[in-house]
Design a protein around this ligand. Structure first.
Ligand code: DP6
Length: 368
């Protein structure tokens, strides 16, 4: 475990040093991401059972401001004042304290600080959009900024984002991918040099502008709380009868998708991406809990997308997250035609006609 060892060694150096400041503030805006090859199933400490690939979004992001002030002594617990959209949120505060506790072996100095954290999401609170990728990566980026400022040991951007990805992963697996722009891989794959289970990396391939600028219309079909959380879904994979076959399938699908991206093979892209989305939901249905997060309108949208593709011979496809919302993927050059299709045919299936006009974005941004 290369990175774990490295950060543990660094932690023992940090614990010998005195911070250069006793207070400060860090702020990051960090986007969500949408996986095309899905992470579903984990082992040990937040390590994936198979490699995943996503692209980072633009409009769906979390903004987090982290204010820290030295309390001058080693406290046992964590002192966190957390506000979500300007309101105290005790449930999230507890999750953050558990997270800080888990990562304190890598950032020992955080035990000596009081934290005030303010966070907000760009997407509607009730949209059912998973926010752990954007929120955990925003927080991890703030903490790495804090380390950088207090100890001046992080030498370059590469080291900065690597550590942010490592720490994001410990908060939420998919968050490890949000610290980078474009296509991002998390998890070791034999054909992807540098890929590892510990941190995400940017996919270092020549990808055409069309695929780099992919658009994602997120069609909201259900905003309620999920019956089964992603964390429980991952756990169910450990006893799943299809687990081994699934991990093999993800690796093969990764190879196929890389080929599709490199050669601009639209048909192969569509087949692979839809197979991944439906396999994810098939795994939920065939798990011990036998549940589905898809609803009638998710299927209505999927069927309409497939029909529209057939009728118009256009590149459009869909993927699904761990929820009922459908992500319609298309090229920017077809924006007008696709958005008319959304308005005319798909919005009738959306909850309160809600959708998010998102696209591949430029990765996280430092705001403070
Ligand atoms: C279906 O990253 O939310 O979105 O590591 O338990 O926080 P935890 O799970 P999470 O799982 C995301 C699963 C997924 C697929 C993906 O993003 O790869």
């Amino acid at each position: 475990m290369k990175f774990e060892e490295k950060y543990k060694k660094e932690a023992s150096c940090l614990s010998q040093l005195k911070p250069t400041k006793s207070s400060g503030i860090a702020g990051w805006k960090s986007p969500s991401n949408i996986a095309l090859i899905k992470y579903w199933g984990k082992r040990d400490h937040q390590l994936p059972q198979n490699p995943s690939l996503s692209f980072t979004l633009d409009k769906s992001y979390t903004e987090t401001r982290l204010q820290y002030e030295s309390v001058g002594k080693k406290s046992q617990g964590f002192d966190v004042d957390f506000k979500f959209e300007n309101r105290h949120h005790p449930e999230f505060a507890e999750r953050i304290k558990t997270y800080l506790n888990a990562i304190s072996e890598y950032l020992p100095f955080i035990r000596d600080f009081h934290f005030e954290i303010n966070s907000y999401n760009s997407f509607p609170h009730s949209s059912g959009i998973a926010s752990s990728a954007s929120s955990m990566s925003a927080l991890a980026l703030c903490l790495v900024s804090m380390e950088k400022l207090l100890f001046e040991r992080i030498k370059n951007d590469e080291a900065f984002y690597q550590k942010a990805s490592f720490l994001s992963r410990l908060g939420s697996g998919s968050a490890s991918r949000s610290v980078y722009t474009d296509y991002v891989v998390w998890g070791k794959h034999k054909n992807i040099p540098g890929s590892t289970d510990e941190v995400a990396i940017r996919l270092n391939e020549d990808i055409s502008a069309r695929f780099k600028g992919l658009r994602d219309a997120i069609l909201i079909t259900g905003s309620g709380k999920k019956k089964i959380s992603s964390s429980s879904g991952h756990l169910l994979m450990s006893q799943h009868p299809y687990a081994k076959a699934r991990y093999r399938q993800a690796k093969t699908n990764m190879e196929q998708l890389l080929r599709a991206l490199k050669t601009e093979d639209e048909q192969l892209f569509i087949e692979t991406v839809e197979n991944e989305a439906l396999s994810l939901h098939a795994l939920m249905m065939t798990s011990a809990e036998g549940y589905t997060l898809l609803n009638e309108n998710s299927w209505n949208i999927i069927n309409h997308i497939r029909q529209f593709r057939k009728d118009n011979n256009l590149f459009l496809t869909f993927t699904l997250d761990a929820g009922p919302n459908v992500h319609l993927l298309y090229f920017a050059e077809n924006k007008k035609q696709i958005q008319t299709f959304i308005q005319k045919e798909l919005l009738q299936f959306c909850e309160a006609k809600q959708w998010i006009d998102d696209r591949a974005g430029n990765g996280p941004q430092k705001i403070l």
